[in-house]
Design a protein around this ligand. Structure first.
Ligand code: PLP
Length: 500
């Protein structure tokens, strides 16, 4: 199985080379040259297996240049009991009424980014060996909150890698900030940037685009790389939990073999939901993929009209990990629904770059709308949904998951489609404890409380344990105090690479 660019670069790469390279030289994203098809017996074989074995069965379909032993070693390092606090790794909890919650937040940082960022470093280290790479890899990350911490945990003390994470000084939640500035590990650096997320992200992009910086680093034996969700090594592991959830529903007797299900996915960069699309292409009985957005509803508009237009104002919401106006992974969907028309994909992406918008029509749009449906929820509805789900089911959800839960109701009301639905739950409610507590007990419940006091109150009120990794932050030492201006980020990278 080889990989090539969505934009038509002819070169075909092995999986290891695609994972090491991250983004294709022509600016496109790597896609598999053919999506493997699975049949009924493949699914049946998954039923008695645990999450890790299911992962091996799926990953090996795509990682032809990795041995089964190597894949098993990657999977065991990523999803073992030392990392995930639930034996099922990604358990499915029934809520009744044909609704099921797929919990993707049992990993070390309590958000779904762990599902990919725990295994990406494992795949990458082996990719370095396979491709004869001699440089030490430097992962640069700009984060609005969840990715930075998940990448730090994934790469900490991984041989032949360093990681430098930049976050906007006053742009992340207190829990997210503490998660990052207390990070342990000999190869990690964390820097706050005086600016917003855009300034931070632009700064990282500038370093990637700076040829002389790249050459200086190369002379010192370093090579820059990215843990961003455009890397195939981040997308691939996410396919696994769609299959695993389906297998769990079958085992529980909630569905019959072959019965289609809907997945409802809180979406930002279109990575998570795209993995569901790959699962469908592979033959998993998926009926609809429901794309749930927040007030940054560029994807809802696109999926309804075919017009992608990012020329709109940016909203800061209570589901910040979905506050995004350029959903990079959409490019892979466009590639597949055009039957691999890379010239067309390149033209659309060129228009997005130049004008901020493009339009998809005709057969590709029909193919998209055949599978995808979308709506969005604002902060007020999201808050009400957290309370409604808790009051009705005694089940606590975070704001991102609440967006999806709310949109599922809208979907059922609009279509009458009562096919069993899986809501993809992407973060622990304790990671966004302030907003969740306010949703349940009113905003006054926060008055005079530290974020930990609010979390304890949430735990007491709902009789839900706070994840140990978040509770432990209260007494951890701050290890990273660096703050810089956007113009100083390159210097901070040089400094980070000199220490140790
Ligand atoms: C990243 C993230 C999302 C969005 O996922 P995409 O793959 O970017 O669409 C949703 N919820 C949470 C909690 C996240 O961290």
């Amino acid at each position: 199985m080889l990989y090539h660019s969505t934009r038509g670069g002819r070169e075909k790469l092995t999986a290891a080379a695609a994972i090491k390279t991250g983004i294709a030289p022509d600016g496109g994203l790597f896609v598999p040259e053919a999506v493997p098809r699975t049949d009924k017996s493949f699914l049946e074989d998954l039923l008695p297996l645990g999450y890790r074995q299911r992962a091996v069965s799926i990953l090996e379909l795509f990682l032809a240049d990795y041995s089964r032993d190597e894949i098993t070693a990657c999977v065991d390092a990523a999803y073992g009991a030392a990392k995930f606090d639930h034996p099922a790794v990604a358990p499915v909890t029934p809520l009744g009424g044909g609704t099921h919650m797929l919990e993707l937040w049992h990993g070390p940082t309590s958000a779904f980014k762990d599902m990919a960022l725990q295994i990406l470093p494992q795949l990458l280290v082996r990719a370095l060996a396979k491709t004869g790479e001699t440089a030490e890899i430097v992962i640069l990350v700009a984060t609005s909150g969840d990715t930075g911490k998940a990448a730090l945990e994934g790469f900490r003390d991984v041989e032949r890698t360093r990681i430098v994470v930049f976050f906007p000084h006053e742009g992340v939640s207190e829990m997210q900030r503490l998660q990052m500035v207390t990070q342990e590990g000999g190869n990690v650096s964390v820097v706050a940037v005086r600016g917003n997320f855009d300034d931070t992200q632009s700064g990282v992009k500038r370093i990637f685009g700076d040829r002389s910086a790249g050459e200086q680093l190369a002379a010192r034996g370093f090579k820059l790389s990215s843990a961003n969700s455009i890397n195939w090594g981040r997308l691939l592991p996410q396919i696994v939990y769609y299959f695993s959830a389906y297998a769990d529903l079958l085992n529980a007797g909630a569905i019959f073999a072959g019965q289609p299900v809907n997945f409802v996915v809180p979406t930002g960069n279109f990575g998570n939901i795209l993995a569901g699309y790959y699962a469908k292409l592979m033959g998993l009985p998926v009926n609809r993929l429901v794309c749930a957005a927040n007030a940054n509803n560029v994807l809802t508009d696109f999926l309804r009209t075919g017009i992608y237009d990012r020329r709109r104002s940016f909203h800061k919401t209570i589901s910040p990990s979905m506050d995004i106006l350029i959903s990079s992974n959409l490019e892979r969907l466009l590639y597949h629904v055009t039957g691999g028309d890379s010239a067309q994909v390149a033209a659309w992406m060129g228009q997005l770059n130049a004008d901020g918008a493009y339009r998809v029509e005709g057969t590709p749009l029909a193919a998209i709308q055949d599978t995808f449906w979308s709506d969005w929820a604002g902060d007020r509805d999201t808050t009400a949904e957290i309370k409604a789900v808790y009051d009705r089911h005694r089940y606590l959800i975070d704001p991102h998951t609440a967006v999806a839960s709310r949109v599922l109701k809208a979907y059922r009301a609009a279509t009458g489609d009562e096919v069993p639905a899986v809501v993809v739950s992407t973060a622990s409610p304790f990671k966004f404890n302030d907003n969740v507590l306010a949703a349940l007990a009113g905003p006054d419940a926060l008055t005079g409380k530290s974020t930990f006091a609010a979390a304890r109150e949430l735990s007491r009120l709902t009789d839900n344990p706070m994840p140990a990794s978040l509770a432990g932050l209260e007494h951890k030492n701050v290890r990273h105090t660096a703050v810089c201006d956007p113009g100083e980020m390159k210097t901070m990278v040089e400094k980070a690479l000199t220490k140790k």
